[in-house]
Design a protein around this ligand. Structure first.
Ligand code: PLP
Length: 383
């Protein structure tokens, strides 16, 4: 059976060139970057070379990059580190209703520690309104955390505008760019952010490694303690192979960006047009134009997304219903709910996220497999 992977927002395969570089630090040099001998020095050199690639990839300085264990840790480190360092100045944090749980739950945990949280609503396309952010800023506000691109619906938020506003008002700004890196341009100067989270496994790099950009001079404190690694900002022996992989993955992602965007958008448009032409009562979720080039989120009326997912899986097609990170839960997606999509419709949602390895033949295979599945499920539907 043909296998088609349309779940690149959940994770991506490791690029062969990334795996090759990593292998040198798995089976080859195993040194600890903190050791002074030649084994250690070689590992240190590899970590610093990767740091340079990550910094260059987002337009930052090398000393502004801290390696972490992934997007979740980067989000935690940014938000909790700002909260800890700015407690004397204020206790108010602004975020949005469509953030990843790595941001939302971290902010909610801070609420229990006495911080005040504003969770901004979004419009029907999942967009945060800049005016609402402006209206929410008060003299106690210390941080705004708004994601760059949404993992469930692909909507790209106006982070540059919000970042500019935050800077004018003297408020720190964090963005989770886990989904946008490698798909649209991500430059810290354009986004005007003080903190930016990224993750390896969404950009054809390894799992369990990521980075946090911390703008030089931004008021922030570490949240973990131990060794002096990462200039005391993130203790623990470095994941050398992972870091090397992240550096290579980001280098490749940035080098291929223009071509990848164009190719993915073309495939995505073919897929979307095909579904809308062939199947009635389907709607596209997320913004019609301000969206990631590889991302489609559809709601099929009268169908359960989970049943659709399982039927597609039986045809070798891997997709996701709502957010893969939250799958297993049958409660409707918090993102679709925040966009005002009725529960019954949200339940019939399917996320298709394309990647480097997808071809036109994959899209055609999907467009042939989908209509009979939808027809069968609808004919059985009690709704
Ligand atoms: N932020 C966003 C927007 C994501 O999509 C994800 C993963 O799905 C994460 C954070 C978490 O990243 P990681 O899996 O590297 O912890």
């Amino acid at each position: 059976m043909r296998k088609v992977y349309f779940d690149h927002s959940a994770t991506t395969p490791v690029h062969p060139a990334v795996a090759e570089e990593m292998m040198q630090y798995i089976t080859g040099n195993f040194g600890n970057p903190s050791s002074v001998h030649s084994f250690g020095r070689e590992a240190r050199k590899a970590v610093e070379a990767a740091r340079e690639k990550v910094a260059r990839g987002i337009g930052a300085r090398t000393e502004e990059i801290v390696f972490t264990a992934g997007g979740t840790e980067s989000d935690n480190m940014a938000i909790r580190g700002v909260a800890r360092a700015n407690r004397e100045r204020g206790n108010h944090i602004i975020t949005s209703a469509v953030e990843h749980h790595a941001v939302l739950d971290t902010c909610k945990a801070l609420e229990k520690d006495g911080f005040r949280l504003t969770v901004l609503p979004v419009d029907e396309h999942g967009l945060v309104r800049v005016e609402e952010v402006a209206g929410a800023i008060g003299d106690q506000t210390i941080l705004i955390s708004i994601m760059h691109a949404n993992n469930e619906v692909g909507t790209v938020e106006p982070v540059g505008e919000i970042g500019r506003l935050a800077r004018e008002r003297g408020v720190l700004m964090h963005t989770d760019a886990v989904q946008s890196i490698g798909k649209i341009p991500v430059r810290v100067a354009d986004l005007q952010v003080d903190f930016l989270s990224l993750s390896g496994h969404k950009i054809y790099g390894p799992k369990g490694v990521g980075a946090l950009y911390i703008r030089g001079g931004a008021r922030w404190q570490p949240i973990d303690f131990g060794g002096g690694q990462e200039r005391k900002r993130r203790p623990g022996t470095e994941n050398v192979a992972g870091i090397v992989g992240l550096g290579k993955a980001l280098e490749l992602a940035v080098a291929d960006l223009d071509e990848a965007r164009f190719r993915l958008a073309k495939l995505r448009d073919r897929l979307l047009r095909g579904v809308l032409d062939k199947i009635p009562r389907v709607r596209l979720n997320g913004h019609p134009t301000l969206r990631l080039p590889n991302h489609v989120n559809l709601s099929f009326e009268l169908i359960e997304g989970e049943s659709l997912l399982l039927s597609l899986d039986m045809q070798g097609i891997a997709a996701s219903s709502g957010s893969a990170c939250a799958s297993g839960s049958l409660s409707p997606s918090h993102v679709l709910t925040a966009m005002g999509i009725p529960h019954a419709i949200a339940h019939g949602s399917l996320r298709l996220t394309l990647g480097q390895d997808n071809t036109e033949a994959d899209v055609e295979y999907f467009l042939t497999a989908l209509p009979p599945i939808v027809e069968r499920l609808r004919s059985m539907s009690p709704m």
